[in-house]
Design a protein around this ligand. Structure first.
Ligand code: SF4
Length: 340
């Protein structure tokens, strides 16, 4: 489902809604699996909210920016973002199976986006990784790298396998949740490379996304030796309440997916209707701490606009100096702590 006409035909958008102005700017993509998850009887359905465009996307604020996390500031060659010394992003493709309405790279992904790296560009990107011995980890993101065929992924992994200093390859993907049928034995084998450890960060924002089909994909990935971690975005009207977040994080852990990042929403254009305040986010992660197991705690992070990297913005539980501190417990109670 890629057009406003598709949405109208599926009763996901009223006729003459004016949404074509949104579609002119930002790609639309809803897979059959996502369509099945949408509750059409709920006008505030958290699944629909993530994928069905709205006129709110035409509202922009002065602080929003086309490249909110500063990818372009740290891109030495096309497709590479080298922000931290020991790791790079490799953005081989800027296409996704779905187009999230809150996407932080919405100006780069989609049919009008940056496309797929050409053979020469991919050679240059791999050459950059090979030439920088400090690169320990390669993070495949995009776009969604799992839209590439197993053949192309296998080829990419074989090339990374030939670079001795790269030890870890990490994929960031929505595919196991939004297009789970792509996760089969061929795909799993393509994500492995001799001598490398593969991690896969599953992007999901609501517990209903962890369907039986998604779970079957997670099992295949883990049986294939791939370690799973999570990433989610804190989104108003989707998961900005403690019950939903707790169910999501527990859902990850019950599927042997280690909760990793809970992103504060980025300043991407036309996404103000998804943003919560940082104070609200901190209150939510504090409430999670008191409520669910330590295994289920994500790191609440903000990508500092301009490309300065991630900062852990969970409220500090300790303050003080000269060996005398006040420590806050999960219920907000304050306690003195003196260094012995
Ligand atoms: S899958 Fe990721 S890159 Fe693609 S639209 Fe969603 S958030 Fe953006």
């Amino acid at each position: 489902m890629k057009t406003i006409a598709d949405l109208e035909a599926a009763n996901l958008a009223p006729l003459d809604s004016g949404l074509s102005r949104v579609a002119d700017k930002y790609a639309i993509g809803i897979t059959p699996s996502v369509l099945e998850l949408i509750d059409r009887d709920d006008p505030n359905d958290p699944i629909a909210r993530q994928f069905v465009p709205t006129l709110d996307e035409l509202v922009t604020t002065p602080d929003e920016r086309a490249d909110p996390i500063g990818d372009l500031t740290h891109s030495p060659v096309e497709g590479i973002v080298h922000r931290y010394p020991d790791r790079v992003l490799l953005k081989a493709v800027h296409v996704c199976p779905v187009y999230c309405r809150f996407c932080f790279r919405r100006e780069m992904v989609g049919p009008q986006g940056l496309g797929t790296l050409s053979g020469a560009q991919l050679d240059a990107a791999i050459g950059y990784i090979a030439a920088h011995s400090e690169i320990w980890e390669v993070i495949l993101t995009g776009g969604d790298p799992l839209v590439l065929s197993p053949r192309r992924l296998r080829d990419l992994m074989e090339r990374l396998a030939g670079i001795a200093h790269v030890k870890i390859v990490r994929f960031h993907t929505r595919v196991p949740v939004v297009e789970p049928e792509r996760i089969d034995a061929d795909m799993v084998a393509a994500l492995r490379a001799s001598g490398k450890v593969t991690y896969l960060a599953v992007h999901a924002n609501h517990p209903r996304e962890l369907t039986a089909a998604a779970r079957a994909g997670f099992e295949l990935l883990m049986a294939g030796g791939i370690a799973l971690i999570s990433q989610s975005v804190l989104l108003k009207g989707v998961n900005d309440d403690v019950d939903t977040l707790a169910a999501l994080m527990r859902g990850f852990v019950e599927n042997r997916i280690r909760p990793y990042y809970l992103h504060h929403p980025d300043l991407a254009p036309g996404t103000g209707h998804f943003r919560v305040s940082i104070a609200e986010g901190q209150a939510l992660v504090s409430a999670l701490r008191g409520r669910i197991s330590g295994l289920c705690q994500p790191i609440y992070v903000l990508d500092i606009p301009g490309g300065y990297g991630k900062a852990d913005i969970g409220a500090a539980a300790i303050s003080g100096q000269d060996g005398c501190f006040t420590v806050r417990d999960w219920q907000g109670g304050e306690h003195d702590y003196r260094e012995g």
